[in-house]
Write a new protein. Structure first.
Ligand code: SF4
Ligand code: SF4
Length: 95
C-alpha cells in the first residue's frame, strides 16, 4: 500500500518458471516493490513474509504488497509475460 491509503484490488504475481531474471520489472517499478528476497527485504515487508508457505528461495522475486499500488508497470515491462494479476479485493462478479 502506498501513500494514498487505498489498497489495490490486485497485485502482480510472478511465475518464476517463465522468468529469465532480466530485472526489467525491478527497474520499471516506481515503488521499489519488487525485490530479490533476502532476510533484509523480508524484514521490510512483514505482510509478504506472513504470506509465505515455504521459506524464500534465492532465485525468486517477490512483490512487496506493502509498497505495491497495482500500477501495472511491471506487467508491461516483462518480456517473458511472466507477470500476471492476482485479485485480492472485491472486483465484482466474473465477466
Ligand atoms: S504493479 Fe506497479 S507498484 Fe506494483 S510491483 Fe508492479 S510496478 Fe511495482
Ligand atoms: S521482467 Fe519478467 S522475466 Fe524479467 S525479471 Fe521480471 S518477471 Fe522475470
Amino acid at each position: 500500500m502506498t501513500d494514498n491509503n487505498q489498497a489495490p484490488l490486485r497485485y502482480p504475481v510472478i511465475e518464476m518458471s517463465r522468468c529469465s531474471m532480466c530485472r526489467a520489472c525491478i527497474d520499471a517499478c516506481p515503488n521499489r516493490a519488487i525485490e530479490e528476497p533476502t532476510s533484509f527485504s523480508c524484514a521490510k515487508c512483514v505482510q509478504y513474509c506472513r504470506s509465505m508457505i515455504a521459506p524464500c528461495k534465492p532465485a525468486k522475486l517477490i512483490v512487496c504488497r506493502e509498497r505495491c499500488d497495482g500500477c501495472g508497470r511491471c506487467v508491461i515491462a516483462c518480456p517473458e509475460l511472466a507477470i500476471d494479476w492476482e485479485a485480492v479485493g472485491d472486483v465484482g462478479p466474473p465477466a
